[in-house]
Write a protein that binds this ligand. Structure first.
Ligand code: FE
Length: 314
């Protein structure tokens, strides 16, 4: 991969200092960066889902019901088979997309329409549930580390009943590269990070989604679409984010304020992050478990369709 990729913005401090010395209120370098500040930090809460899978719920917990367009973020990370082995037996979804990011381990999915496959370590699956799906997500391993994320991305009202669609993405299908001059790596699932274009096809929320490993304390600056909701989850280590160098530790999510870029560095240790940005839908959200619709009536219809065995029929 091209080692000259310009994800890296060196010497930010000196850029700011020289602009200040020049008395320039709108220095182009600063205006172009417009780095996002950390607006809020919180931790996931331990919970279990499926058939006793232990995980940390980051988005979708009482203190953060959703983060438009994101409905849920679960972090799973355990080398104890008891914490994951029973997986997620058959369950329905309607009205949104589920994104599974596997860092370590393997998960087999199988659905009511005959689709099946395995999501392996380093890979991802972007599943558009649309009008409805009933599926299972079961570990394909009996021991070892199972680590990753599941993110739920909402669909606009106009697409909640769209056909189901899978994008199973192996490690090699993700856009991987060096993190600029800093000694890190990035793996892009969706969106464009300085020319590294994730394989996920065009989605209504125009998502940006990637994982990165930061190896040293040099600053990385990554463009994030203006107006998008954006967050960083720190999977391991600790990072500093934004012009205030706000520290964010392992297990925490940093919700970012407005701006056009994410500035992040790992001042003390190798750190792993998940970054997501998406266009907010600004529509009513009525959620009941695995159904995410716009009205109560649509939720009742989802249950009725599920009971009648037609949830996944168009
Ligand atoms: Fe599911």
């Amino acid at each position: 991969m091209d080692s000259s990729r310009r994800l890296f913005l060196a010497g930010t401090g000196s850029v700011v200092a020289s602009a200040a010395l020049a008395g320039c209120q709108k220095a182009p370098a600063i205006a172009a960066r417009s780095p996002r500040r950390v607006e809020r930090i919180l931790h996931g809460i331990p919970t279990s889902d499926g058939d006793g899978v232990r995980l940390n719920r980051v988005i979708g917990q009482p203190a953060l019901r959703n983060l438009d367009p994101f409905i849920l973020l679960d972090r799973f990370h355990s080398d104890d088979p008891d914490a994951y082995i029973r997986g997620f037996p058959d369950h329905p979804h309607r009205g949104f997309e589920t994104v599974t990011v596997m860092l370590e381990g393997r998960m087999r999915h199988r659905d009511s329409r005959g689709n099946h496959g395995v999501i392996g370590g380093g890979g991802a699956q972007w599943m558009t549930a649309g009008r409805g799906i009933i599926h299972s997500e079961m570990p394909e391993q009996e021991q070892g580390l199972m680590s990753g994320f599941q993110l739920w991305v909402n669909l606009p009202a106009s697409e909640k009943f769209c056909p189901q669609f899978y994008q199973d993405l192996g490690r090699d299908q993700l856009a991987q590269g060096k993190l600029g001059a800093a000694g890190g790596r990035i793996s892009v699932i969706a969106g464009n990070v300085d020319g590294l274009v994730g394989p996920v096809r065009e989605r209504p929320t125009e998502p940006l989604l990637f994982t990165a490993v930061l190896e040293d304390d040099r600053l990385t600056s990554i463009d994030t679409p203006e107006g998008h909701t954006a967050f960083v989850f720190v999977g391991s280590g600790g990072v500093e984010i934004g012009p205030d160098a706000t520290p964010v530790r392992e297990g925490a999510i940093a919700i970012l304020g407005g701006g056009r870029s994410l500035e992040v560095r790992a001042p003390a240790e190798r750190s792993e992050i998940l970054v997501a940005a998406g266009k907010p839908l600004r529509e009513p959200i009525v959620q009941y478990g695995p159904f995410v619709m716009n009205t109560e009536a649509e939720i009742r219809q989802a249950f009725a369709d599920y009971r009648a065995g037609v949830l996944d029929r168009g």
